[in-house]
Design a protein around this ligand. Sequence first.
Ligand code: SF4
Ligand code: MSK
Length: 629
Amino acid sequence: MYDSHAARKIAESRALDSADQEIIVKAMDDGIETVWDRFADQQPQCGFGQLGVCCNRCAMGPCRIEPFGKKPTRGVCGATADLIVARNLLDDLSTGAAAHSDHGREVLEVLLDTAEGRSQGYQILDEEKLQTVAAEYGIQTDGRKKEEVAGDLARAMLEEYGTLKNRIQMTERAPQKTKDAWKNAGIVPRSVDREIVESMHRIHMGVGADYANILLHAMRTSLADGWGGSMMATEGSDILFGTPTPCTSLANLGTLSSDQVNVVLHGHNPILSEMIVKAAEDPELVKRAAEKGAKGINLVGMCCTGNELLMRHGIPIAGTLLDQELAIATGAVEVMVIDYQCIFPSIAHTAGCYHTRVVATSAKSKVPGATYMEFRPETGLDTAKEIIALAIENFPNRNPDRVRIPAKPVRMMAGFSEEAIKKALGGSYKPLIDAIVAGSVRGVVGIVGCNNPKIKQDYGHITLAKELIKRNILVVETGCAAIASGKAGLLVPEAADLAGDGLKAVCNAVGIPPVLHMGSCVDCSRILVLAAHVADELGVGIGDLPLGGAAPEWYSQKAISIGTYFVASGVYTVLGIPPKIFGSQNVIDLLTSQLDGIVNASFAVEPDPMKAADLLEAVIEKKRHALGI
Ligand code: SF4
Ligand code: MSK
């Protein structure tokens, strides 16, 4: 047991947000093991692993390379440090690309089921987007029912996963100059599954032995994610559930309710959670909750399933990756519904310390100790109602003596899809472009990605975002980075007071925050589309724009794919957590400088967010100079 002062100090070292700190102290008081405890237990972490020079790829290994030039300098098969590092990176990136893209495939399958009348509770909500995307695919829309068009579109998009035409349609959205760079480098993605499968082939022992060739394929695979699987996830979700428009909501663990049934929706895919939103409004279930003594049913989001619901419905968001155990430690969660990705494998173990039930819903993501209620599109709404009923039944099991909910959720805005940003600007990007050309806004940076116990939760995101807006750089965000900004109060128009005079004037004129929440991790594709539109209006490539990207606290293989498709698309990107590449100077050189000559962008690694702001600003100013603005 910690004394309260020591516990407070530990909590302050783990998280920036005071609501998080409060529950970290409670978790310690309750004797709950969290991610920070397990991280401490793992110290010191393996130096070979951190450098990326260990290989466990075949049964002649495991092998590791001595980083200081001593023996062994090659694995049993003869692989060098360069090759081992590059193969490990491609392995991680492809895992991330697969996760995003498989999520996209499931959305499209529900779209097809809905078009063909097989799903339960779903409908096609955004007909305008349906028509626009269908036109891109050359699908006839005139005089046809929306279900017919949606069926053709879903089939065309599903075909992109293994297409024989060697081209993913949505890559056509990129500016010509950007596409030319891909073509010259030989990294135009051919189909989603093909690039990922080929990655797996290339990293098998005895296939790719040239680290540079492997890294070029990493770029191609990431493009198949960003301009393929992720973009299709975003567009398919918009067509089914509506394209987000600006909305207000609340953030942090204080969004949990002391007198309502609390259901936390955690993971990434919105297809089931959209049905849970409907089920929670069912009068019969609302009545049943009242009979159990609850004042209602309170849905809150977590991670990117939370972001999807926040963007489209204004459902409050309880937190990020590192908040999942803390939400349970409030003692106030009846059910945590999980789909997949970013769910701690120990989450049901944590829930076992309280009355919380974890409900797993995907056949791909079963979790020991969780109740399994399989989601299927044809029974989606029924399953959602069963989950809400389970939460209601569990409400009387809540022990009020073990409940602690932070007092104050923070007000925030979300819903800034690319379309919504354009609309907020008056229907065209001209006001933003004019402000950039005039210099009142110097450029735009996308801050994306996760939390990681290697850095105080949210410190990297918030320090960087505040510093950039102070320097008149507009910030757009997705994923846990956006949730962090919500908790820190940066996602409201009043936060423009923290911005430099130029950005502040633009935000005040348009009525937007200086940090815009653009959605979930797959919605990084919205940032690509925004960049493509602005580049097209200026007649340049994405790599010519005063743009930057940052992932200050990333942990996930998906973030490697996102960072790489940003760079491959021409966006200079700074990573706050060092990737596992430092065992190879050649890989470092290629990723941090040589890529500039190929895609007009590169990576940097900078753990200090203030220095990261300097790097991003310098690149933005360099691009401005080259554009003559
Ligand atoms: Fe060792 Fe080569 Fe096998 Fe990797 S692929 S484990 S370096 S023998
Ligand atoms: S949820 S991938 S921790 S952003 Fe998308 Fe957050 Fe990273 Fe998961």
